[in-house]
Write a protein that binds this ligand. Structure first.
Ligand code: ATP
Length: 291
């Protein structure tokens, strides 16, 4: 799927992030908790790289470092060949537009006081050259349509939508900035299994249509296996195994990977559809607000 002839879209080399440990009384730093260490991987345009591991293994920390929310203690992060490791907030502005994030909890990540229209258009206030103001409404409706939401509901608020629909709003918000890569941090783990399938299939379709790259973070190996080209297995902040997704799932080399695989409860039939270019039969009926 991915083309590798040019520089990778995103390159993370020897990333180390340590969080300060503070004394609760004095708020004085008394040490550091190394959350990730020596994490190295590339993502090429149109590629999906999975980051898997148990809770606390460092997945979100890698995502936060890539997007500039935490400062690496060591290592290099490059975007399209540019070293962005030490970028200031202002310098990161141009990169953030190309690198969007979809979060685990779509409700917590959406401002409840904004309508869907304002939520989707929010990024255009900062990045003014993307969509002219007089076209915001039309463009919001197009994006809603694209992610499977009824465009007539653009003046509704997040609480008027279901969990799956709210995640579609989050995806539309990310798409609004026309990114090259989307970091998906457990994007379906807060959703019902049947709704997970719909959202994953949407992400898959968008990738095919727009050539997006994904850094896909999940503790659920059955999700990662079917969506990802390559996978990194994180354990206590270290990459214990990485490579082609299918090979890792068929022939896991590390005992931690084998333990994670053994913990996968069921093979989910809806995931069989991934990368086959068609929707599974028997998807649950669309919900209110969804087309
Ligand atoms: N803001 C923080 N301050 C201090 N320690 C943190 C902070 N955020 C994460 N950690 C610690 O860093 C380590 C990695 O956490 P991280 O959230 O990256 O893991 P994760 O694999 O994403 O876990 P989860 O799936 O539960 O989100 C953990 O030991 C965690 O306790």
């Amino acid at each position: 799927m991915a083309e590798t002839e040019s520089a990778p879209l995103l390159r993370v080399a020897h990333l180390k992030v340590a969080y300060p440990i503070r004394s609760s009384l004095l708020q004085r730093q008394i040490g550091a908790n190394v959350a990730v260490s020596d994490v190295t991987f590339d993502i090429n345009p149109g590629e999906t790289v999975g980051l898997v591991g148990e809770s606390g293994s460092g997945k979100s920390t890698v995502a936060r470092a890539v997007i500039g929310l935490v400062k690496p203690d060591d290592g290099v992060i490059e975007f399209e060949g540019r070293n962005i490791t030490g970028y200031s907030r202002k310098q990161l502005k141009s990169v953030r537009r190309d690198m969007q994030m979809v979060f685990q909890d779509p409700y917590a990540s959406l401002n409840p006081r904004l309508t869907v229209r304002d939520l989707i258009a929010e990024g255009w206030r900062v990045h003014r050259d993307i969509v002219p103001r007089d076209q915001w409404t039309a463009e919001v409706k197009k994006l809603m349509d694209r992610v499977g939401l009824n465009p007539d509901y653009s003046d509704r608020y997040p609480h008027q939508f279901s969990g799956g629909q709210r995640q579609r709003i989050g995806i539309a918000r990310a798409l609004a900035l026309r990114p090259k890569v989307i970091i998906c941090d457990e994007p379906v783990s807060a959703l019902d299994v049947s709704v997970q399938a719909q959202v994953l299939n949407l992400l898959d379709d968008l990738q095919e249509e727009l050539g997006l790259a994904y850094l896909f973070i999940s503790h659920d190996l059955s999700v990662v296996e079917h969506l990802c080209d390559r996978v990194l297995v994180l354990h206590h902040g270290h990459v214990v195994e990485q490579g082609n997704a299918r090979e890792i799932f068929e022939h896991p080399q590390h005992e931690y990977t084998r333990a994670l695989l053994a913990a996968v409860p069921v093979v989910r039939p809806w995931l069989e559809r991934a990368h086959q270019g068609r929707h599974p039969t028997g998807e649950p009926p669309a919900q209110v607000g969804q087309k």
